[in-house]
Design a protein around this ligand. Sequence first.
Ligand SMILES: C[S@@+](CC[C@H](N)C(=O)[O-])C[C@H]1O[C@@H](n2cnc3c(N)ncnc32)[C@H](O)[C@@H]1O
Length: 259
Amino acid sequence: MTTYYESDSALAQYLWLHYGEGRGLVSPSSPFACALDFPVRCAHMLLGTSAAPAGADGRSPLRALDVGCAVGRSTFELARVCGEAIGIDYSASFIRAAETLRNGEAIDYSTPFEGELVTTYTARRPPGIDPARAHFEVGDAERLREDLGTFDYVLAANLICRLREPRRFLARLPALVKPGGRLLLTTPATWRHIYTPRENWIGGYQGASGPVHTLDGLKTLLGPNFELESREDLALLIPEHARKYELILTEATRWRRRA
Ligand SMILES: C[S@@+](CC[C@H](N)C(=O)[O-])C[C@H]1O[C@@H](n2cnc3c(N)ncnc32)[C@H](O)[C@@H]1O
């Protein structure tokens, strides 16, 4: 784990990725529009067509977990359908921001425009979300607290290749996802030594009988407990400045926990 995710510049980049509205030069009619709203698209892919069932108290009994939630947009989107959505991230700065938004406060932030010029935005909790359904906490995906319980939906977006021991996180998933429940993993499969020692990569290397891709590793590790339901490439943009973005094409896989 590096300190990058605690920095002010990372906070601004992730607030833009999760909540940017009227995103400067990347308008809905721009060539990059399909890469906007990544955290919302992740929640939709995980939920599929699920409607929110009401419990006796009128609240959905469904539970969702968003591991590596950053500043929380997918957690909020899961809370539209689930009576309880928990977002966990290692970064205290990200969780503080998510909690500020949950409390109904706005966050002003700036991203570079050009040279010394910046564009200022305001992040707000998206409309139509009951803040009592969302809960944020600092935590480590490799050491999730034992009393989290079980979930109908678990999301880990672009997390596994940031972990030191991704197998440790993946091994916990069968206990977290209810039988019949769903799991969505997205990953750019970057695999960098500064995050994950080479011996812990689950793909992206030459094996004894040819290349081992991350999806191969996931099938091996998750296969006994999960069935692969669907696979998509989901794009996202991280802003560097108004005319320069990192375009990431993640591999998103949705899995169903075997009964
Ligand atoms: C590439 S970002 C993805 C954030 C978010 N899921 C998204 O798609 O926008 C990786 C996130 O994982 C978090 N993270 C890294 N290591 C972690 C760990 N061991 N436990 C929990 N979160 C971690 C980082 O703080 C960061 O928010």
